[in-house]
Ligand binder design. Structure first.
Ligand code: ZN
Length: 96
């Protein structure tokens, strides 16, 4: 296990376990760029720890999605018109 890690750390295109942890959310959500995704996949194939981590994360997020439902969705992109107008009005007042 240690020798695999040592070999991986010598490859410039190889992510570290820490980087995998940092980008795990984006990977699961399908937000990674193709190259980042490729690097992520490569690391997962070679690292048993991160395979377990990814599997645990997917399981947890599947459970969380069921419990939280639509409330867990990202911030709304369609703000109510009157709220937008209020924000614009407030900004115009600031610049005066
Ligand atoms: Zn790893």
């Amino acid at each position: 296990m240690k020798s695999i890690k040592a070999a991986m750390s010598r490859m410039p295109m190889m992510m570290t376990c820490g980087e995998v942890e940092e980008t795990l959310f984006d990977y699961v959500e399908g937000r990674l760029a193709p190259y980042a995704r490729w690097k992520f996949d490569l690391h997962i194939k070679m690292c048993r720890e991160c395979q377990d981590y990814l599997a645990a994360y997917k399981k947890a997020s599947a459970l969380g999605g069921e419990i939280l439902g639509p409330a867990a969705a990202p911030a709304p992109t369609d703000l109510p018109d009157d709220l937008v107008e209020a924000i614009i009005a407030a900004r115009e007042m600031d610049t005066r």
